[in-house]
Design a protein around this ligand. Structure first.
Ligand code: GCU
Length: 415
């Protein structure tokens, strides 16, 4: 499913035209009949209703309560990444409560919780900012250290011939980010393999249902994107307690489906200081209305476990929705967001993401950030509140991407 889905993106060859004078959607008009938003407290007051609307129309409903336990922290290698970092493996377990019924997350095979691999720069003199990532590849492939736990029936994605093809098609960094470069710039990296909520239709739906056993409405039961967003927050619960980590400088990172989750996490969790959502597309940064690329109907038929059923039901009638994706970005304001795009990745609709950024911009301004602060989609301004990264090429994480991601983080989380 991953390869066939992504192939659609890479095969789309049409070159991207600048968005031009297309009307940006309104973020500050009236919403569901409420009064106009004119100052930051009006906006704060409006956020819960917006989140509720996203839950009922797109992502499904989040738990009423959650908690996270740190079951263990193991040093795997105190001289990892060419001597630049310390690598640890943390075991976490989380509870989701819906309607008074509490269910625990599924553990990693053979362990008593799910795993978070944490790499911290060795030479740090104080608490470090950290990039918290969810990826397609399992963490034992993302982190190139033999000590990282792997199940006995481990499925390889990055290694072997399939790995070669993946890297060729989707770029050098599709599985493994440049740890040395990141650590050297003073950032930690935490890798959460989100597969405790499996990205397969039947297994995914079953696990989502198990975790939300107390929830009764099948139309608005949470989908995997919400649950992956929720898992990001459970990792934040653990990271923010470690004095080596700057709790005010935790950024979520995700590519494509996990880019959607990285945005969702920050839209619901104010502790997340910045977001890098690369090629997040439909259900992420790209608008649902008047769009090109992947439609709501296409995404909900191919991936029925990603969203609430209600999103599938609204397909074809997107103009009747209370929300659109510019409001998801607006929910993150004024915290910095990088929207990553590629010119030929038309499936994820960079124009739609740019218009969403334009639509969210007034909220950034209202909250005192410079927001998008640009009118052209091919202008790279890493210091903008909504930094729009558009490079040539297709869907993937390539050589130019990580330097741009780090420029953005330096501009916002650096000293
Ligand atoms: C598919 C899907 C996209 C998604 C992508 C990915 O192509 O249609 O919505 O972003 O997979 O996660 O790579």
């Amino acid at each position: 499913a991953l390869l066939s889905g992504c192939a659609k993106m890479t095969l789309a060859w049409a070159d991207l035209k600048p968005a031009g004078p297309v009307a940006a959607p309104q973020a500050l008009g009236t919403f569901a009949g409420d009064a106009a938003v004119t100052n930051s407290s009006d906006w704060e007051a409006r956020k819960p209703a917006l989140q509720k609307a996203f839950e009922s129309e797109v992502y499904g409903v989040f738990p009423d309560a959650s908690s996270t336990r740190i079951l263990g922290k193991l040093v795997l290698n105190d001289n990892a990444f060419d001597g630049r970092g310390v690598l640890e493996e943390w075991t976490l377990s989380a509870d989701a409560t819906f309607n008074g019924r509490t269910v625990e997350t599924k553990p990693f095979p053979g362990r008593d919780g799910f795993l978070l691999e944490v790499a911290l720069p060795k030479e740090a003199t104080g608490p470090v900012p950290i990039i918290l990532m969810e990826t397609f590849c399992p963490s034992w492939e993302v982190v190139p250290d033999p000590a990282v736990s792997r199940p006995s029936d481990a499925r390889e994605m990055g290694g072997g011939p399939l790995g070669g093809v993946m890297t060729y098609v989707f770029g050098r960094y599709i599985c493994t980010p440049p740890f040395e470069m990141i650590l050297e710039r003073g950032y930690g990296v935490a890798v959460l393999y989100p597969n405790s909520v499996p990205d397969q239709r039947d297994e995914g739906l079953a696990e989502l249902r198990r975790l939300s056993a107390g929830y009764e409405n099948d139309d608005t039961r949470w989908g995997a994107v919400a649950a992956w967003g929720w898992l990001f927050s459970r990792a934040v619960d653990a990271l923010e307690q470690d004095p080596r980590i700057d709790a005010n400088a935790i950024a979520t990172w995700g590519h494509s489906r996990y880019g959607k989750a990285a945005l969702v996490a920050a839209a619901w969790d104010p502790r997340i200081a910045a977001v890098i959502a690369h090629q997040s597309g439909t259900g992420g940064a790209s608008l649902n209305r008047e769009k090109k690329g992947e439609s709501v109907s296409a995404i909900t038929s191919a991936y029925p476990h990603w969203f609430a059923k209600s999103y599938a039901e609204i397909a074809g009638e997107e103009e009747t929705m209370d929300v659109d994706q510019h409001l998801l970005i607006a929910l993150i304001a004024p915290r910095p967001v990088l929207l990553g795009n590629a010119r030929r990745d038309v499936w994820s609709d960079p124009n739609g993401a740019f218009r969403a950024a334009l639509g969210a911009d007034p909220v950034y301004e209202l909250l005192g950030s410079d927001g998008l602060s640009q009118l052209r989609l091919d202008e790279w301004r890493p210091q903008a509140g909504i930094a729009f990264w558009l490079r040539p090429g297709t869907h993937g994480v390539v050589k130019e991407d990580w330097p741009a991601f780090l420029e953005f983080l330096d501009a916002h989380l650096g000293d």
